[in-house]
Ligand binder design. Structure first.
Ligand code: CU
Length: 156
């Protein structure tokens, strides 16, 4: 093999690797094992999640990567079975649990959670997707849920 051809081939291999890597990023997707990699962040400094809707399939292994896009404000990500009434109850219990608990209470309606994450940092949660239904995710840092820091997690 001449040098020119070898150089060209290594270029093709590199481009293929980059294309594959690009597919793994973005808003999430399925991994080789049939699991779901879901990415969620704050909407910058706003007390909002982006995206505000996530999806999974019942029983599927899910990995949520939560990026706190704020400069200094702490946030968490808590997935709750139910809608606003259950989320409000978890939010109240979280405030009572305090910062030492990351504002995450012990509550039977909590499906999964990403611990309190400092501004600019990332946390993850891995869990099996619960049965089909509509769930709510929220940040239980005091005042954030009532300001609208919540979203919908749909399991099909
Ligand atoms: Cu928050």
């Amino acid at each position: 093999m001449n040098l020119k051809l070898r150089f060209w081939l290594s270029g093709v291999a590199l481009m293929s690797a980059l294309a594959l890597a690009a597919c793994g990023g973005g808003g999430g997707g399925a991994d080789a094992g049939g699991g779901a990699n879901l990415n969620v962040s704050t909407a910058g400094e706003a007390l909002q999640f982006a995206p505000a809707a996530l999806n999974a399939t019942a029983g599927q292994q899910v990995k949520v990567t939560f990026k706190n896009g704020s400069a200094a404000q702490k946030h968490n990500w808590v997935l709750v079975k139910g809608s606003d009434p259950e989320a409000q109850k978890v939010d109240d219990a979280g405030a009572a649990a305090g910062e030492a608990a990351g504002y995450i209470p012990t509550d039977p309606n909590i499906v999964a959670s990403v611990k309190l994450v400092n501004g600019g940092e990332t946390g993850t949660a891995s869990f099996a997707a619960p049965p089909a239904g509509t769930y709510t995710f929220l940040c239980t840092f005091p005042g954030h849920y009532v300001a609208g820091m919540k979203g919908t997690f749909t399991v099909k």
